[in-house]
Design a protein around this ligand. Sequence first.
Ligand code: HEM
Length: 539
Amino acid sequence: MADSKLKPPTSKDKAPLKPPAVAALSISNLQLPSSAQQKLTVGSNNTGSGSATGNPRNKCALKPGYSLMSWVRLCNSGDDLSGTGGRVVPVSRAELAKHNQVNDAWMAIRGKVFNVTRYMDFHPGGVDELMRGVGRDATKLFDEVHAWVNYPQLLGKCYVGPLKENVTAKVQTVAIRPPPAPTELVPRFDWIQQRSELTLCFYTRRMANPGMLLKRKSAADALELYIQLASSWHVFDFKLSDAVVWPPKAVRVGHETGKIEVVLSKQVAEPWTTYGSQKVDKLNAPSEEHYEYEVLHCADFNHDSFQLSLQSVKEAVLMHVPVGYHLDIEVPHNGQLLERSYTPVPHNCLPSNSAQIDTDSSPGIRQDFLVKYYENGAVSRQLHQLQPGATVRLSLPRGSFALSALEPHRNILLLAAGSGITPILSLLRPLLRRHTNRLERLQLLYFNKTNSDIWLRDKLQALQEADERFTCKHILSQAEQPVQCGRICQELLAPLFDKQQAESFSYVAVCGPTGFNTAALDSLKALNLKPEQVHVFQG
Ligand code: HEM
């Protein structure tokens, strides 16, 4: 009997039916899906053009040392892969055309220019194929070959800047976004009302970890709501029966239930016969990728960090960031735009002395950050100088953390170093409040140089006292007694993965600087943890 898997390919087989295995890779969080790794291991030993996945397409054998893992390492090495020294530089088409050599290769995809010079030898389709797209807008070509490839993540560190005069490309971002897979979830809408309130409800899926962006419109009976599910957006454009008060009275996003509720006060308290009407578009992403925010508060937090609280200008948007996702803060400097990723800090984690500032503003109108100040860090230096009222821009939520991946795990270890604590903080509450497969143990090992570098010690201590399942251990590299002294290494972690122990950890989330993340990943691999048991956030 013929094995269908071994059948020679037909031209139909070449159509992009392949599951987007590569899309699961995240540079920003260093997570390697097992399938991607396998593919690479085999691919790098191949001599022909056969595919490691058994998918007989035009994949090339990669030279030793040019695996996907090596690319991830290079991306996290701090090397300047974009060649712009971390600056975002707008690029004209004429300028783009000049970078068309193998040793100087730029490429535009969906209005963004990437320097792919260092990626050449890592490209699974080979150098010659990649060269077909350099020096020009390669969006169409890229999509024809492999629309599913998650290039924003793979090339995140190669980003040069936006392609100038790129109005059409911006529109294309919306239009060309790969259509959702047939199984893709579409949020279900429902509504309920009281005399004075209207509640809009959206049901996604358990553990969907949705993001949300609510936009005020000029008319008081209209609003736009965008729901983010992984990398896709669903847009609900509402025309309500009557006027409502902005901002909403409450917004609730259930991490576990996947349910979103937006509670609006009616301007006139009376029963409505219907909520109004809405148009849904499941392919569109918000047309704007950045939103204006003004500084509410910028004040030192400890000897080398500060708290930055931002509020949407004119309260125009309300944003809920999915657990483990980050926002890019864009700040102008000398005619250029500097950008860096920061994970917002949950309100309940903020130092209590910041409570004087506007704590009651509707959740999501405000975003709070703890920022480490680097003497040579252009972005942190700029942000530190901001006065209340100054404006910056925030991107849409970005990331690829899958909360659902943690659902089967009841013993979870968190490894954080320095300011890498911020994405970890966003996990604490959702994990401890999880009802399904209730957590047994959540342990945080928090690595710092000295005591004075520890962020939010009191808050972590209070959580430990409030919930016996949570423990936090501080590990200092320049220790003052009596805390534990050390650095991340296999010996330190080994006892936590002793299979003889009933409570050995089965999942680890890591966030710190590159060196820390790499050391953690190496140690965890040596302790036989599989890629799907580890998530690394970029520090
Ligand atoms: C626009 C010019 C490009 C061309 C003509 C091209 C061509 C190809 C070809 C022919 C393959 C083998 C296809 C196959 O497996 O069937 C391939 C694979 C691949 N390319 Fe490209 N490529 C281009 C740009 C890029 C860029 C910019 C990236 C960076 C993110 C990239 C990442 C990949 C990856 C990850 C694979 C493996 C895909 C898989 O396993 O399914 N390519 N490419």
